[in-house]
Write a protein of this length. Structure first.
Length: 387
């Protein structure tokens, strides 16, 4: 009995000794961990980031707690970022790549995840860029980075000539993220690419698809404008000026074309009818429409004056030439075309006094001008004949 009692006492002593040793070891580890972490933090704050990284790596080896491990990995990744501040672009990208591979679950990896594929995209290394964009889509589902990655993939497909693939990705983007405009931007880019490569029919087909897609969505009204604007440009390029005019007139209020676009479209259409088709009444009809919208535009006023002169309506031509000079009082072109045109119009209606006034202005600006000299001779001859 005494032996059993002694054995029990001995066992208890050993157990408590073991627990004491364990607690001592734990305390020692905790103290060592605390000291190492403080030292690493000091190194980091002192700008010795590589030394801090090495110490953090030694610390993390013995850590079992996943949250603590993640926190230390975050510090390692953060210090790696600090080391990039004075490195060139290629060295930075290598560090970013390493962070994405070794510390993918850190906030730093998330923050800089687009740097790597964007670099390769910019450098034209599309295969590598695609790899990283696809990894981002897998890792960050339903996230803004995932949206951007999809958009970039569409742009890469476009650059590689895969227009159909680019459009498909753009449509996926629009369907998956209905609140985002990136999908529709992507589709517009595909249509523009077809247009720039003279694949007009394909460009038009995409424009029609976009219009159908956004028809009932007021938030996407600007994409209707983009699509219609591109369609007008395509029809103009194809020589289908009536089609272009129909779109501009029907959709002007609905799509709210920009002022520059409206002026450009109407002027190009009117110019076709006046210069190429020689259909002056049709051209005048269009220019009168534009004039009502943009009465201060010197090019429109000048074109109206010229057209009225061409069809022999000299009173109207004079009105618009004078209006033009009111907008451009310092018109000192050599030869002074506007004053020459006014001189000719006044001669056509027999107003020799005003014609002579224009001759004097022309000769003041261009003393050797033959037209003005000849006009003065004609006025003198007409005046003598009347006497």
């Amino acid at each position: 009995m005494a032996i059993d009692k002694n054995l029990k006492i001995c066992g208890s002593v050993c157990f408590f000794a073991a627990v004491s040793l364990f607690l001592c070891a734990v305390n020692t580890f905790a103290q060592s961990f605390k000291e190492d972490m403080e030292k690493a933090e000091f190194l980091s704050k002192s700008g010795k980031h590589e030394d801090a990284i090495n110490l953090y790596k030694k610390i993390v080896i013995n850590i079992k707690n996943p949250e603590v491990k993640r926190e230390i990995n975050e510090k390692i990744a953060k210090n790696y970022i600090f080391t990039t501040f004075h490195k060139d672009e290629d060295e930075k990208i290598k560090i970013f790549e390493m962070i994405l591979k070794k510390y993918p679950d850190t906030d730093i990896a998330y923050k800089y995840c687009m740097e790597v594929p964007n670099h390769f995209y910019k450098m034209g290394k599309y295969k590598k860029a695609l790899h990283y964009y696809q990894e981002i889509i897998k890792k960050y589902l339903n996230d803004d980075n995932s949206q951007i990655a999809l958009f970039k993939i569409s742009e890469i497909r476009l650059k590689q000539g895969g227009y159909k693939d680019a459009f498909t990705v753009g449509r996926q983007l629009a369907d998956k993220y209905p609140e985002s405009f990136r999908g529709l931007f992507s589709q517009i880019h595909v249509a523009e690419k077809y247009y720039k490569t003279n694949q007009f029919q394909k460009a038009l087909e995409i424009c029609f698809e976009i219009l159908e897609y956004v028809e009932k969505d007021l938030k996407r009204a600007k994409f209707k404008r983009n699509a219609y604007t591109l369609m007008v440009e395509i029809y103009l390029e194809m020589g289908k000026f009536d089609h272009a005019l129909e779109i501009v007139r029907k959709k002007e209020q609905e799509t709210k074309f920009s002022e520059n676009d409206l002026r450009f479209f109407y002027s190009k259409i009117a110019n076709y009818f006046s210069v190429i088709d020689k259909n002056y009444p049709r051209a005048l009809e269009i220019y009168e429409d534009i004039y009502e919208k943009f009465p201060q535009n010197v090019a429109i006023v000048s074109n109206l004056a010229h057209l009225y002169e061409l069809i022999g309506e000299y009173d109207k031509a004079i009105k618009f030439y004078n209006e033009y000079l009111g907008l451009e009082p310092e018109d000192k072109s050599i030869p002074p075309y506007t004053h020459i045109s006014l001189m000719n119009c006044y001669m056509k209606i027999g107003d020799f006094a005003k014609a002579q006034g224009q001759c004097n202005i022309i000769l003041e600006l261009s003393p050797e001008n033959k037209e003005a000299q000849k006009c003065l001779e004609q006025i003198e001859s007409e005046t003598q004949n009347k006497q």
